[in-house]
Design a binder for this molecule. Sequence first.
Ligand SMILES: Cc1ncc(COP(=O)(O)O)c(C=O)c1O
Length: 403
Amino acid sequence: MKPIPYGRQDIRPEDLEAVGASLQSDYLTQGPKIAEFESAFAAYIGSPYAVAVANGTAALHLSVLALGLNPGDFVVTSPITFAASGNCALYAGAQVLFAETDVHGSIRPEAVQALFDQYGSKIKGIIPVDFAGRPADLVALKKIAKTYGAWILEDACHAPGGQRRGAQGFRCGDCSLADAAIFSFHPVKHIACGEGGMITTSNPEVYQRLLVLRTHGITRDQQRFTNPASLADSSLADTEPYPMWYMEMQELGYNYRLTDMQAALGLSQLSRAEENLNRRKEIARYYHAALSGIGDLRLPHADSPTETEDHAWHLYVVRTKRRKALYDYLREHQIFAQVHYFPLHLMPHYRTSFGYGPGLCPEAELFYSECLSIPMYPSLSEEQLRYVVDTIKGFFTQHQENS
Ligand SMILES: Cc1ncc(COP(=O)(O)O)c(C=O)c1O
């Protein structure tokens, strides 16, 4: 059996063709594929605007700037997430508070409320994470954010296609409740661009600001120029149009652009988003049926008509007190499970910067001590799935015999 990773990109001949065509076109970067990808992605997610950027971390960084985060401000995020969800606030000179998580590894609205009770409107924003693909409780978080005039930046990296159904429903990243949302196109995510990211928003001002910040703070929009036309060229009167070459850097921005080649790959991948999401759901159903009732293994909540959340199944996270032993056993059998995530507040940088330590978020720390992400990606074959299940069962049988 070939090694089985926990996640893997799905590259097909049509993807190669799309990238090949882009390489042979006139544009390697800043070409037409970017706008095409943005509008197709916005349509898929259901958001009014989308801005393609270099990666998910850049998406987070630009979003907090566009939403107005300043040095000395506070944001709240989850301890069970990738470092970038908190780091983006640090880039802006802000401070990060961590809210306790629930059984799904998502922040608890009551814990977020408790932080607002303590810090009040010093907290400018909440960065909830749709952990593993399960929508965060944006309805409850929105109520809190509204009371304090805070924004919500949804980290939807794990959740393209995830949704909450019903009267208070939303699609992850549609920005009906959040002010902006971000996605990553890292190879293990639903859509792979190599590196890549997207910001969605429903706010036209945030959208305009993102476009400028993505490209060095430079605008080519004549309507927005502030220098007199005579400074652009001394032969011009200030009432005349600016010359075509002229552009203005109006604030400090970044080069966080996605290339046209990556956008071509993203577009091709996006056309299979629904098919691949359905395959992820199928795999989740298979694991649920095959792994329930084994040892002390706890499975993630299954999608069901009684649950209002439709999981996007980026990760299939099981919990067991024997996490380390199971991880080692799977590795010995060529199954490369992974742990998502070591609590962010316990990372040395956060410990030394903020004085955080063990005990800050006990439920999140317990979650970390037990969690394991087993293989979940669309191209897993039936044979590989059976092998993963049989190996996990084999571990628990052996462990029972040895204990
Ligand atoms: C929850 C979450 N947020 C942010 C990121 C950052 O995305 P990227 O790796 O594209 O910078 C990731 C990706 O690993 C992630 O999983």
